[in-house]
Design a binder for this molecule. Structure first.
Ligand SMILES: Cc1ncc(COP(=O)(O)O)c(C=O)c1O
Length: 467
């Protein structure tokens, strides 16, 4: 919540009384409805460049007069009024401006370290618009599209995936779909489930669980170790397939070494199992030697490669894809499944790729994200020092912050929220203890200023929780 009171330190009236009067007026006019949570003292003092004592005194006065109520460990809330002062419709919200809407609750928040946010400010809107305009030069563009996805896009994609990720495929093997969940639902129909079980990284991408939750299929959690999914554990699990993020494990961020990849491929070959390789942000690799996709080193056609344009281009486009091995391609054809990604977006994307701007955009964004990450790591080091360690920084758009604290991540996340910073936890099915104080920080969508401010606020919020 951003509060913009008019405070004037040239007036004779002390600042705390001006602040108190502001809140009182807003509450009476119902600009701040009952049960609204007020910003924490620390946060508001920071936001208004006041001392904490000034804010505290204003809040104390409001508490004493019954305008506010204080809830232990939750903060200050506008009290329930037996006799509302005015018709709420007379209220003025003009001084309360939501800066940014929260994705789920639509509550005003300040700095959101959401893992899937991208930098929207650097999207080449003009170039994209031109491609869109060009598209309509051909009236046939507005008819139904191809079942499997637009042929020109699949052809360009096959070339791009080969160059950038070592994927080996024909355009005919690529199936386009509107988002990764659609891909997973389709895949569910293609695989012959003998055991009815799929192995998943733990912690892993909850999108798989959500996409397949209504299907009669059991998810088998497999531990994630320092090199990614535990191959040893996997070999003891009777499953038909494994879903895995080897190039940037989601959410812990490690890259699976080539030796483990080979073991994984051997396992799949030996037991005729499927490997579902989700290469969701493979474009953004900052350190170390490039490791080709699993699909690229698989000689026995056991890998189903999945990718998305959500991180590399924009989530709104809803275009994801998979590369099917020949065996599953046959089953796919029999299904006659019509994919649901917009034909117009696919065609625009094809024009964008063909013009060379796609790979140019990727290069530009890689440099930009690398800079943002360097800034984030630098801020963490200089502000939090030895209180925190970082992992998962070799690729992608998020890192893992290990806070040296006995306090569980859930409490740290709550405290962060109270200073207007949204951060995220690692949801593991097992080994919860291990990830207790691990916090996920996505930086793709944040500005330099937000990153700096966010880390400072987190440090202030956790100051008393460090070990
Ligand atoms: C592991 C993983 N896979 C896939 C995706 C992309 O999903 P979609 O293509 O539905 O946007 C994400 C997005 O954050 C992700 O974290």
């Amino acid at each position: 919540m951003e509060i913009i009171p008019k405070l004037d330190d040239r007036l004779n009236e002390p600042l705390y009384l001006q602040l108190y009067a502001y809140f009182k007026r807003e509450i009476e006019l119902a600009g701040l409805p009952e049960q609204t949570r007020l910003p924490s003292i620390r946060y508001l003092a920071d936001q208004l460049a006041l001392s904490k004592t000034t804010v505290q005194m204003a809040y104390q006065q409001l508490l004493a007069e019954g305008y506010l109520e204080s809830r232990p460990r939750s903060g200050y809330f506008v009290a329930k009024m037996d006799h509302p002062f005015l018709n709420p419709s007379a209220g003025s919200m003009s001084t309360i401006k939501p800066k940014q809407l929260n994705r789920t609750s639509e509550k005003a928040t300040d700095i959101d370290f959401f893992m899937s946010s991208i930098d929207v400010g650097h999207f080449p809107l003009n170039a994209w618009r031109k491609c869109e305009q060009k598209l309509f030069e051909d009236p046939s563009a507005i008819g139904y599209g191809a079942y499997q996805g637009e042929a020109n896009l699949r052809e360009l994609l096959a070339g791009y995936l080969h160059r950038s990720r070592g994927v080996q495929c024909m355009p005919e093997q690529i199936v386009i779909a509107a988002g990764t969940p659609s891909i997973l639902v389709l895949l569910y129909q293609l695989i012959d489930w003998k055991t009815g079980r799929i192995a998943m990284e733990d912690p892993g991408y909850q999108g798989v669980r959500r996409s397949l939750q209504k299907r009669p299929i059991q998810m088998v959690p497999i531990s994630v170790e320092k090199d990614g999914l535990s191959i040893k554990e996997l070999t003891h699990a009777p499953v038909d397939a494994v879903y895995i993020t080897p190039s940037h494990q989601y959410p812990l961020g490690m890259v699976m070494p080539i030796a483990n990849r080979i073991q994984l491929l051997d396992w799949a070959k030996k037991h005729a199992r499927w490997i579902i390789e989700d290469d969701y942000d493979g474009e953004f690799r900052y350190r170390g030697k490039p490791i080709p996709s699993l699909q690229g080193v698989d000689e026995h056609n056991r890998v189903i490669y999945i990718g998305t344009f959500s991180k590399s281009l924009m989530p709104a486009i809803r275009i994801s894809y998979m590369v099917l091995p020949p065996e599953l391609l046959g089953t796919y054809r029999q299904l006659e499944w019509r994919q649901s990604a917009s034909r117009l977006h696919q065609q625009t994307l094809a024009l964008f790729m063909r013009s060379g701007q796609w790979e140019q955009h990727i290069r530009k964004m890689r440099t930009l994200y690398k800079k943002k990450q360097a800034l984030l790591l630098n801020e963490i080091q200089s502000v939090m020092g030895d209180h925190c360690a970082v992992s998962g920084q070799d690729a992608g758009l998020h890192i893992v912050l290990h806070v040296k604290s006995k306090v569980p991540a859930a409490v740290l996340i709550k405290k962060a929220k109270s200073v207007g910073v949204l951060v995220y936890g690692v949801s593991a099915v097992r080994n919860k203890k291990e990830h207790q104080a691990s916090i996920l920080l996505g930086y793709g969508g944040l500005s330099t200023e937000e990153i700096k401010k966010g880390i400072q606020r987190l440090h202030q919020a956790w100051l008393h929780d460090y070990q």
